[in-house]
Design a protein around this ligand. Structure first.
Ligand code: EPU
Length: 337
């Protein structure tokens, strides 16, 4: 199905929420975006649907990004430059780079979604954010009717954030990323900043890990804690880890000495939302068909048959509870359509 009307999107979002798109088109080549009929329509650019809360039917056109391709663009003395189409599956792409002997992305193994979506929220896990390995991308601007390049300096990457979110370009359907180039340094050192990954390698008695060893350790840690969306629908972490002023973090730590706290470069402190949610009693708890996962309280799960309204209800209940107990505001990570 490459183009259709009234398309059910349940299987196109990893929370498996119901909703129909008035119109749907699969984009398998960048040139398809230049078609004049795409202008003047309400658009949504869909990747893997793994960071999306579908709140109901969408009256516009869903453009499903499926542009394939991956290749070594160039190399210099310091790095490999790898280009991939926006529609490539992220995890498969990462494993392919490792097989080719171009390490650097292994800590981001098993993250659901597509290559084109990765820079939008600057996906991150286990001590690495994609922005650190990002070189540039190409996108189509529906208003200017032109392809445009974006290099790293213009992406304004932050924690689960980028210019594409900040300026509303993604959610408004103003632009669509068509390909991304990654810069992977030839001098590889394992990124073992994250305690869980270290412990996993130690348990496997691996002292000097290869990139593949690190990837395997990351995959094992993720599989232990995070539900497979194909089996238990979810979008990974549902809330950002909140960043609060140092004084508020200290005051909270006085009441809750075990509260995990991570100092930020700007002097503020990041708190672990999963810890707060667990303390509030939400780990493994459901409100109707939507609950917080029993092995990782930050992951909101659809227990079966949930709608966008059910998700919003559980989200609001968790937020209200965390506000009342800790005076901390939780903001959702996925976007709402
Ligand atoms: N914790 C609890 N109870 C829980 C969950 C966590 O007490 O139910 C505590 C843990 O013991 C730990 C701390 O909270 O002390 C942090 O937990 P964890 O290491 O599992 O990571 P996280 O902060 O919950 C973040 C990212 C994940 C990423 C992991 C590993 C965000 C919103 N989430 O989770 O990213 O995989 O770190 O780097 O930053 C995602 O964004 O979808 C995602 C899965």
């Amino acid at each position: 199905m490459n183009s259709a009307h009234n398309v059910d999107l349940t299987s196109f979002n990893t929370l498996a929420l119901p909703g129909k798109a008035a119109a749907y088109q699969k984009i398998t080549a960048a040139g398809q975006l230049t078609a004049p009929e795409l202008v003047g329509q309400r658009r949504f650019i869909l990747g893997g649907g793994s960071n999306l809360v579908l709140t109901g039917d969408f009256a516009g056109l869903v453009l499903h990004m499926a542009i394939p391709g991956k290749r070594l663009l160039k190399e210099d003395a310091e790095a490999f430059y790898i280009e991939a189409g926006a529609g490539e599956n992220w995890h498969d792409f990462v494993q392919w780079t490792l097989q080719q002997g171009w390490p650097g992305l292994e800590n981001l193994s098993l993250i659901p979604g597509t290559v084109g979506a990765a820079p939008i929220q600057n996906i991150g896990a286990y001590g690495l954010e994609v922005g650190e390995c990002f070189h540039s991308l190409t996108a189509w601007d529906f208003e200017k009717q032109a392809f445009f390049p974006v290099d790293r300096g213009n992406c304004r990457f932050g924690y689960r954030d980028s210019v594409f979110k900040q300026e509303g370009w993604h959610l408004s359907g103003r632009m669509a990323i068509t390909s991304v180039v990654f810069r992977l340094p030839k001098a590889w050192i394992p990124n073992l900043r994250y305690a869980d990954v270290n412990q996993e390698l130690a348990a496997q008695k691996i002292a000097t890990p290869t990139p593949q060893d690190v990837a395997k350790a990351i995959i094992a840690v993720r599989q232990r804690k995070l539900p497979n969306p194909a089996i238990i629908p979810n979008t990974g972490s549902f809330f950002h880890n909140p960043v609060v002023e140092a004084a508020q973090a200290e005051a909270l730590a006085a009441d809750f000495p075990n509260l995990p706290r991570y100092a930020q470069p700007d002097g503020r402190v990041k708190l672990a939302a999963g810890w707060l949610i667990e303390q509030a009693g939400w780990k493994g708890k459901n409100l109707g068909p939507v609950g917080m996962y029993e092995k990782q309280a930050l992951v909101l799960v659809n227990r079966g048959g949930a709608t966008g309204d059910d998700v919003k209800r559980t989200m609001a209940a968790v937020q209200a509870d965390i506000r009342a107990r800790f005076g901390v505001e939780l903001s959702p990570e996925p976007i709402f359509l």
